[in-house]
Design a protein around this ligand. Sequence first.
Ligand code: GDP
Length: 285
Amino acid sequence: MLSSLKDVVKKIARSSSVDKKLVEEIVRDVQRALIKADVNVRQVKEISDAIKKRALSEEVLSGLNPREHIIKIVYEEILRGVGEGFDIPLKKSKIMLVGLQGSGKTTTAAKIAKYFKDKGMKAAVIAGDTHRPAAYEQLKQLAEQAGLGFFGKKEEKDAVKIVKEGLEALKDYDVIVIDTAGRHALEEELIEEMKRIAEVSKPDYKFLVLDASIGQLASKQAEAFNEAVGIDAIVITKFDGTAKGGGALSAARLIGIPIAFIGTGEKIEDFEKFDPAGFVSRLLG
Ligand code: GDP
C-alpha cells in the first residue's frame, strides 16, 4: 500500500501509460495519503474529485508528457485545497491570541512579536494569561531573550485590567501581542474573559493557536473559538512533531479562515510564515 503522496508521484512517473484505470488508482492513493495526514474526509473528497475530473477531461499541455500532466494536476489541486496563507501587514497593530491551554499560546506570543521585531518594528507582549501560573515568568523570559517589550503583573488575577494597563504602558510600540488564558475546554468563563479582553483591547487581529497534533479535533475547536470571539487567522504549533497538520488545515478550510504562521519547535526562532507550497510538500512527504 502506498503510504504517502510522494509514492503516488513515483508511481505515476513509473507507469507506462496514463489511462482511466491509472487515474482511478491515483485518486484512491491520493485519498488514502490525505486521510493518513489527518485531512478531513469531506475535503479529501473535494480534492480527489477535482483531480479525477481534470485528469480525465483536460488536454495534456504542450511541453508536458501525460505523466507530468497528471502530477501537475495532483499538485495543483492539493495546493488549491490548502488555500492561501494570511499575509499580515507590517503596520502598527494589536494581535490577540486565543486557544486552549497547552496549545502553545505563550510561546507563540513571543514568536509573533519577534517576527515583527526582526522586520525592524518595535514589538511587545502582554502577559494576559492569569490562569496558568507559569505563563507570566515564561513570557517575561522569552521577551527578555528576544529583546521585546513586556508588560505583566505577577500577582494580578484580573486579565482585563492587565491588558488595559499594558496597552497604555506599551503605547509607543508598533506591534503588541496579547497572550490570554486557555482552559482544557472552551468554558463559559473563558469565553467571557476573551470577549472582555477583545472589548478593551480592540485587537486588529485575533489569532487562534492550534496544536498540529490534535488532528480531527481541530475543526471543533476552531469552530467554537470562531463562534465565541471571531478569528482572523490560525497559527498551527508543534509542526516539528509527527503530525502532518492535515487536521488543523481542514479546520482552517472548514471555517474559511487562513493560516498565518506555523510553529516548528520550542525555541523562539522556530517559527515560520505559513507557506502553502511548503505545506503541500509536507503533506506529500
Ligand atoms: P499555552 O498553555 O497555550 O500558553 O502553551 P505554551 O506556550 O506554554 O506551550 C506548551 C508547550 O508546548 C511548551 O512546552 C512549549 O515549549 C511547547 N511548544 C509550543 N510551541 C511549540 C512548537 O511549535 N513545537 C514544539 N515542539 N513545542 C512547542
